[in-house]
Design a protein around this ligand. Structure first.
Ligand code: NAD
Length: 275
């Protein structure tokens, strides 16, 4: 049901996935299980989310072959100097032998260790403990630095991206370098954005909800999106976005929702966990 995008290392990943930030581990078990039953094949977690055990359990409950599930986790900031141990710890919590994508969660410029972390990630990919390697919240400067110093281009940069904050400049840079753009908080975290009458009007034309219209917007821009919900009906709803398409007028109206406001931290100054 969900199309794949091809990564610059030759692997593929689903274009729509299930995010589990702020989901308690015991809630993650049924949520991930349901998402996989519904047809999601990409799950996005992180060491700092504290729910890797629950995510691993949800994947096992699905009884899907391991290769049918694309699992992302992320290196937490204070472990930039210990990425190999951090991945082992994540795998132990997940009770899995590999993840599909391992991301540096934030560059944390104050630490000055993300190039070191990236060098270790390059080695980790060779061990097979992660199939692909990428980054999150990297700026153009951060990306240029790791590419210049190692020659290895991340497959993905996972960044805050929704109609309010569409990141056109960074997207163009990614496109020029073969980096897939993955949108975090793709629904703008729900409140606010999803109340826009523009989205309701567009949705009414297609019999779709504002959330479905926004997810279609990500897909039509070629982005990977990882909406989060723990509400069973919404988990299903967020996957029902492959039976309609937006037209140019719809896309232009959604572009008009840009307000330039971030919902999360600014990667140029955020130093979570290492301040
Ligand atoms: P989101 O944009 O996915 O919004 C989620 C919220 O929207 C839900 O909590 C719910 O309130 C609402 N919602 C969901 N589906 C809905 C529907 N169909 N109708 C109405 N409301 C609905 O926000 P998010 O959780 O911040 O981001 C998604 C995922 O992105 C996270 O779970 C995580 O995996 C990832 N993420 C990554 C980073 C990073 O630094 N790399 C940061 C934030 C989030």
């Amino acid at each position: 049901m969900v199309p794949n995008v091809t990564l610059n290392d030759g692997r593929t990943m689903p274009q729509l996935g299930f995010g589990v930030w702020q989901v308690e581990p015991e809630v993650a078990v049924p949520a991930v299980h349901q998402a996989l039953k519904d047809g999601y094949r990409l799950v996005d977690t992180a060491a700092i989310y504290g729910n890797e055990e629950g995510v691993g359990e949800g994947i096992r409950l699905s009884e899907l072959p391991r290769d049918d599930v694309f699992l992302t986790t992320k290196l937490w900031n204070p472990q930039h100097g210990a990425a190999a141990d951090a991945l082992d710890e994540s795998l132990a919590r997940l009770s899995l032998t590999h993840v599909d994508l391992y991301l540096i969660h934030w560059p944390t410029p104050k630490q000055g260790k993300y190039v070191e972390a990236w060098r270790t990630m390059i080695e980790l990919q060779k061990t097979g403990k992660t199939r692909s390697i990428g980054v999150s919240n990297f700026t153009v400067d951060n990306l240029n630095r790791i590419m210049d110093e190692t020659g290895v281009v991340p497959v993905v940069n996972q960044i805050e991206l929704h109609p309010g904050f569409p990141q056109e400049e960074l997207r163009a840079f990614h496109h020029a370098h073969g980096i897939v753009t993955e949108s975090w908080s793709p629904l703008g975290q729900g409140k606010g954005l999803l109340e826009s009458p523009v989205l309701a009007e567009i949705g009414a034309k297609y019999g779709k909800t504002p959330a479905q219209v926004v997810l279609r917007w990500h897909l039509d821009l070629g982005l990977v999106a990882i909406p989060k919900s723990v509400t069973p009906a919404r988990i299903s709803e967020n996957l029902q976005v492959f039976d309609f398409a937006l037209d140019a007028d719809d896309m232009a109206r959604i572009a008009g929702l840009e307000d330039g406001k971030r919902l999360g931290g600014d990667p140029a100054t955020a130093n979570y966990g290492v301040d």
